[in-house]
Ligand binder design. Structure first.
Ligand code: F1P
Length: 346
């Protein structure tokens, strides 16, 4: 995906990446709803996809943990489209959820990383993320690649469905094209992130907050910190803070905001104010050149501007690096965290 985006992405090349979509494009375009299934990081990628599919393609989307879906009695209609997301392609819960949906007549589309794994073999069609092997157990580049592929699917379906016009489609292609360079820039934050990691590495808890497209990024940032550094972390939609988590905030609580300039920017600024008023330590991922949050937050991490729908692909990078450095400083094995398996096959 990275290589394809590096070259010129034309509608034709887009078709190549999403070759598997061709046969089921009409099914997707006409779908009454899409059910997205996954576990862990893959579920978070599904949440980002929900936002972009609904906004661009105007198709109702439900996102559910495969581990929950498989054990309840969900309503599945013949012709429902299920998108199953998995890095390993071996997750037992996702496989079981696919079998259940398939038995009720759903069309299953897989988004997997490992070529030839079990999930692509039981789906009707799919797209590989081609992120390369995940060396560590915790998914990182797989998330970036999953969200990229799902976003490309949503934009392409929206265009073919007519819910976005040619100009918007072209604008999005340029946005995709620019992603690799923006990701490179986000990776250059490494030294600054090391410094921040040093300041918060001894925390017992951390909170991650975001709105809109950045809400799933907050969930993913919290999951990465839990998985590899064993710090208890919670991700929340920032607007939910006042419904409970605000009680946790004091000077010992690092609060990571994903506060890039998008349609909820003003709202997230007031959330940052609320945390600062309670002496929380604010680390904010902001858009390059942001002048306002700089004066409020304890630390800011500037990432390049992008369309808000694609911001998760960039904004997650500093959070992955933050977890990585904290884990290393705490002496944790980042590649093989305790109790976690690369493929959860039972
Ligand atoms: C799902 C997952 C990963 C997580 C860990 C355990 O795997 O929850 O997101 O990082 O490796 O499994 P998958 O279905 O995406 O392979």
């Amino acid at each position: 995906v990275h290589d394809t985006l590096r070259g010129r992405v034309s509608a034709k090349q887009g078709h190549l990446v999403l070759g598997g979509l061709r046969q089921y494009l009409h099914t997707m375009i006409n779908a009454k709803r899409i059910i997205i299934l996954g576990c862990g990081t893959s579920w978070h990628a599904g949440l980002v996809a929900e936002y972009i599919f609904e906004e661009f393609a105007r198709i109702p989307v439900e996102v559910e943990y495969a581990s929950e879906f498989r054990y309840r009695n969900p309503v599945i209609y013949e012709g429902d489209v299920v998108i199953a997301i998995s890095q390993s392609g071996e997750t037992a819960d996702t496989l079981a959820a696919i079998e259940l949906a398939k038995s009720k007549g759903a069309i299953i589309f897989g988004v997997c990383n490992v070529v030839g794994s079990s999930i692509p073999r039981v789906t009707h069609e799919g797209a590989y993320t081609h992120a390369g092997p995940e060396i560590g157990v915790a998914s990182t580049k797989a998330f970036t690649a999953q969200v990229t592929v799902l976003s490309m699917m949503a934009v392409m379906i929206a265009y073919r469905k007519g819910t976005i016009k040619e100009t918007r489609f072209r604008e999005m292609l340029v946005e995709f094209e620019q992603l690799p360079d923006k990701i490179e820039k986000a990776l250059q934050l490494d030294q600054q992130i090391q410094y921040i990691a040093e300041q918060i590495k001894d925390a017992d808890n951390a909170l991650f907050l975001g709105r809109g497209y950045n809400f799933p990024v907050a969930l993913e940032g919290a999951l990465k910190l839990k998985e590899i550094s064993y710090i208890h972390a919670e991700g929340y939609p920032a607007a939910e803070m006042k419904h409970g988590p605000i009680a946790l905030i004091d000077e010992a609580m690092p609060v990571v905001f994903i506060a890039t300039q998008d349609s909820s920017y003003e709202k997230i600024i007031s959330n940052i104010r609320e945390v600062k008023a309670r002496h929380g330590k604010v680390i904010a991922v902001v858009t390059e050149g942001d002048a306002e949050i700089r004066h409020m937050a304890d630390h800011v991490l500037e990432v390049p501007a992008a369309h808000e729908a694609l911001m998760p692909i960039i904004a997650v990078i500093p959070l992955q690096l933050l977890s990585y450095h904290i884990a290393v400083m705490r002496g944790c094995n980042v590649d093989q965290p305790r109790n976690l398996a690369k493929s959860v096959t039972v």
